[in-house]
Design a protein around this ligand. Structure first.
Ligand code: PHE
Length: 453
């Protein structure tokens, strides 16, 4: 990987890193678990208040450093202890890669099955099929397939590959989601889904909503674990990070919001409304069960299904690329003689082995995901806030390079007095959310914790 050749190349790569299963699968899932429209409002507010400032901090760290996340934080020995925050993020992204590859395998499997049945539109579907796909030997094979493809793509001149892939995949995905959202909202019975998603019951906002929305905001923008910093480390001084960052947030948010506008109306129109409301089957199945049902009812649905799941796979894959980039860049900076391929393999092999546990057992996957999305990304975000706000406030100068905007004027005090305390609170919420996720605490009715779940 030798730098992005164009500004738009960088923005597309970073959008590809941000837009992934987090937007298309996790966002509707989190929305349905946390009360629908009220969650959407809190999520959008947190994106603006903490997501954008944290993204700007991470992009600045990366571009100022021009090297891996760990050494960029250590800043040529000026802040040697902050390398620890880099190792924390890098460890987190490694664990994330391990299971993200496994769940990317689900979309690969759905894509392959859909292409096989593109003519008859009879690809296997339904809740039972979803359960088959997500755990067991086939899931382990799909996970292997994804890891091999990741190494192969990244080894062959990664920046070019990432740019080209996203240049086509991201606009195509966007168009597909828009078209499906229109189809969804013109289907009979979709109104209840729309209402669930868009008519907020503000009284339903509680600490649980805030905790879930904070995790989602950080996860979806790939923050706190060095993915964005690593991509920004390949960017030259001609790029306006304020504009790039704003485009990344805008594109990522648009895809998530549209995904909700597609999934909820479809689920209600095709008889899966109970799953959305958390009654009956797991809402995690939304995208993989309701969508194929909708495709089955469409003329030419076989092709639509094949194209959609291919794009879903590519979106997940381009997020996986940014994950493997973090530790492999660190390895290459330390031991340049190893070469790209070996550095990638040194990450991919252990990540594959670790990911097997998530491919074997869905409940293990849920626990590991909870550790990453409830705790790691938020602690990473707090560390970024302290670093940018207190340790290295001059980082904001990086944002002024090649830019006429003056967000740095706002961000400098905001990192220190706004982001730092808010992140500290969100970390506490995240930790409580994790404990309730794993059922370690059974909240007494009416308690603070009951409101968190
Ligand atoms: N943002 C990605 C998604 O929404 C996930 C991700 C998190 C990617 C952290 C890289 C780093 O799917």
């Amino acid at each position: 990987m030798v730098g992005f050749s164009t500004r738009i190349g960088f923005v597309l790569a970073a959008v590809g890193a941000a837009v992934g299963l987090g937007n298309l699968w996790r966002f509707p899932y989190a929305t349905s678990q946390n009360g629908g429209a009220a969650f959407l409002i809190v999520y959008l507010a947190l994106l603006a208040v903490v997501g954008i400032p944290a993204l700007m901090a991470e992009l600045s760290i990366g571009r100022a450093g021009q090297r891996n996340f760990v050494d960029a934080l250590a800043d040529d020995g000026r802040h040697p202890r902050w390398a620890g925050a880099g190792y924390f993020g890098m460890g987190g992204v490694f664990i994330l890669l391990s299971y993200y590859s496994a769940i990317t395998g689900w979309s690969l499997r759905y894509a392959i099955e859909a292409w096989r049945h593109v003519a008859d539109g009879a690809a296997p579907s339904g809740f039972d099929h979803f359960v088959d796909v997500i755990q067991g030997p086939d899931a382990i094979m799909a996970h292997l397939g994804v890891m091999v493809l990741l190494v192969a793509t990244m080894a062959g001149g990664a920046a070019k590959g990432i740019e080209r892939l996203n240049l086509i995949a991201m606009p195509a995905l966007f168009a597909a989601v828009v078209a499906l959202a229109i189809y969804a909202n013109t289907s009979d019975g979709s109104a209840a889904g729309r209402a669930f998603y868009l008519k907020p019951d503000l009284a339903a906002i509680d600490l649980g909503t805030i905790s879930g929305a904070a995790s989602q905001a950080f996860f979806t923008l790939s923050l706190g674990v060095g993915g964005m910093a690593t991509y920004a480390s390949y960017v030259g001084k001609d790029v306006d990070l304020q504009k790039a960052g704003t485009s990344i947030v805008a594109a990522d948010t648009l895809v998530a919001v549209l995904a909700g506008l597609m999934v909820f109306p479809l689920m209600f129109a095709f008889g899966f409304g109970e799953a959305v409301l958390g009654v009956g089957s797991n809402p995690a199945a939304g995208m993989y069960v309701a969508l194929p049902a909708a495709f089955g009812a469409m003329a030419g649905g076989g092709l639509v299904q094949a194209v959609f799941f291919t794009l879903l796979f590519l979106a997940a894959f381009s997020s996986g690329m940014s994950m493997i980039a973090v530790p492999s860049r660190w390895i290459l900076d330390r031991w340049p003689g190893l070469g790209q391929l070996r550095a990638l393999l040194l990450v991919a092999l252990p990540a594959y082995i670790l990911g097997i546990v998530s491919a074997i057992s869905f409940s293990t996957f849920l626990i590991i995901d909870s550790i990453i999305s409830r705790i790691v990304v938020l602690v990473g975000g707090l560390l970024l806030a302290v670093y940018a706000g207190w340790v290295r406030p001059e980082l904001s100068d990086e944002l002024r390079v090649a830019s006429h905007w003056r967000m740095d004027r706002v961000l400098r005090p905001l990192w220190r007095w706004g982001l730092t305390p808010i992140m500290a609170i969100l970390v506490v919420f995240g930790f409580l959310g994790f404990l309730t996720d794993i059922g370690a605490i059974d909240p007494a009715p009416g308690s603070l914790l009951a409101r968190l779940t």
